[in-house]
Design a protein around this ligand. Structure first.
Ligand code: GLU
Length: 505
């Protein structure tokens, strides 16, 4: 690539960033970094009626949490700022006027009521109303009015919009880096509004002007913008500007069936669709996902490396990413795969790191439990034993609460299976056996207990399952002697005694 790669993520601050938006940002980031280019954040806030307070900060926080920060954007000004379209407002009018002067755009005075009338009138006749070469001369605009009429309207300060004069009878050939060549007959295009009566540009005008002024080399965005591509290409041509290259990313589809992934799918399926929490909707972060897991998962949503490799660090993604390997067809969203990624990344974290995380989780969420010990060293060891089965930090509690609390009840099924008439007596004999052990370490305890079982001519089945039951409260958990070592002699003995008094003799 000869020219400097500059890409932008251009969300409208109309609410939280959907997971699809994060994927778009990520692909832009990867592409920029792959080509040693710039990744720009531009806030497209020209539609004041859809502006949502806090959305811009949310977007910035989300990108930062994902570890895909922008190089230029609000708060990171560079030569091409400002990066909020509302702050560039003055700029757009002149560009719209330039097209009017050159006969490529025109003033239109039709009121919303008149347009509505035409729409309904067409509908009644089984037709669709399109404001373009078909009927523009029958409507109220600078092409149909006489120069005097036009002047009078402008002088009277009548509300107007500026519409693009889309060409008649032309065959457009568009190029998309993912979809290839696309042919469009211009006769189906309408004369889109470029500039609104409220003094603001529409998305189309502001987007083109800014991409040009910001030196954007590649526009990578969601497939929902593909229908705008023809107009955008025509606008670049009208201004005499070189258009960036375009890549429209495949839609993210529901986990089951057809259709675009929606917020409702997340609610139904119990998985987040936002990176961070927003009002009542829980985000990936708050649900316990690691940002690197989410990023890896999203990277493979519509892109593939061409190999079997599934685990990629961000750096590896940057090295491997190319638009050639982005699919045309929709990418099915699989929340189970997101969990799989989280499991993988959780395993990569060091035990002390997870211990700190788990400690804050316990402090925030389990305030009602009187936890036996919150010593970091102890937590680290516990995590070492149960980590393998955990997908989320919250699973540590699920998997290992017995490391902190003496069981106060016992799994009924397990009791029926493991607790026999003679068990109490056997457990009573284990107490002094354990009490006598000086080096209370897993392998030592194991040797002593197993030797004792052999000496007593007992079977393992008579001793080990009930021993696990009294220590854990259930039949689950890692190697029993590792658990005993961690709990320590005193607590282990205490648990055996508690069970003897709680379970039938
Ligand atoms: N503001 C548009 C959006 O909200 C940007 C589309 C584009 O990238 O051109 O997605």
């Amino acid at each position: 690539m000869n020219e400097k790669v500059r890409v932008r993520f251009a969300p409208s601050p109309t609410g939280p960033l959907h997971i699809g938006g994060v994927r778009t940002a990520l692909f832009n980031y990867l592409f920029a970094k792959r080509h040693k280019g710039d990744f720009i954040l531009r806030i497209e806030d020209t539609d004041q009626s859809r502006y949502v307070e806090g959305a811009e900060q949310y977007i910035i926080n989300a990108l930062n949490w994902c570890g895909i920060p922008f190089d230029e954007g609000p708060g990171k000004e560079s030569n091409c700022g400002p990066y909020r379209q509302s702050e560039r407002k003055e700029l757009y009018h002149q560009y719209a006027l330039r097209l009017v002067e050159e006969g490529k755009a025109y003033y239109a005075f039709d009121t919303p009521e008149r347009l509505d009338f035409h729409r309904k009138d067409h509908e009644a006749k089984g037709k669709t109303f399109i404001y373009n070469w078909h009927n523009r001369l029958k409507l109220s605009n600078s092409l149909s009015l006489s120069p005097l009429e036009l002047k009078a309207k402008l002088n009277a300060g009548e509300d107007y919009v500026i519409r693009f004069k889309s060409p008649q009878d032309e065959q457009l050939v568009l190029h998309d880096l993912i979809r290839g060549r696309i042919n469009i007959d211009t006769n189906i295009l309408d004369d889109k509004v470029l500039f609104k009566s409220d003094g603001m540009p529409t998305y189309h005008l502001a987007n083109i002007v800014d991409d040009h002024l910001m030196g954007i080399s590649h526009v990578i965005r969601g497939e929902e913008w593909l229908p705008s591509l023809a107009l955008h290409q025509l606008l670049y041509d009208a201004f005499g500007w070189k258009a960036p290259q375009f890549a429209h990313l495949p839609l993210i589809m529901k986990p089951v069936g057809k259709g675009k992934l929606s917020k409702r799918d997340g609610e139904k399926g119990g998985f987040p669709v936002f990176p961070l929490s927003w009002n009542d909707s829980i985000g990936y972060k708050e649900a316990g996902y690691l940002p690197e897991a989410l990023v890896n998962f999203l990277a493979l949503l519509g892109w593939n490396p061409g190999t079997e490799q599934e685990l990629f660090s961000l750096d590896e993604l940057v090295q491997a990413f190319s638009l050639d390997r982005v699919n045309k067809s929709g990418a099915r969203f699989d929340p189970e795969k997101a969990k799989w990624y989280n499991h993988q990344y959780l395993q990569k974290k060091s035990n002390p790191e997870l211990a700190e995380w788990f400690l804050s989780y316990v402090q925030e969420n389990l305030t009602s439990f009187s936890v036996r010990t919150l010593d970091l060293d102890y937590l680290t060891k516990v995590i070492g034993l149960i980590k393998e089965r955990a997908t989320f930090v919250s699973d540590f509690w699920e998997l290992g609460s017995y490391f902190f609390l003496t069981p106060s009840s016992y799994n009924e099924k397990a009791v029926n299976k493991a607790w026999k008439a003679e068990t109490s007596e056997i457990m009573e004999q284990i107490v002094p056996l354990l009490e006598k052990i000086d080096a209370f370490e897993s392998s030592n305890i194991e040797t002593i207990v197993k030797t004792w079982i052999a000496d007593q001519e007992l079977s393992f089945g008579k001793v080990m399952p009930p021993l696990r039951l009294v220590i854990v409260g259930d039949m689950k958990g890692p190697h029993l002697f590792d658990i005993l070592e961690l709990l320590g002699k005193e607590e282990s003995v205490h648990r055996i005694k508690t069970a003897i008094s709680n379970l039938p003799n």
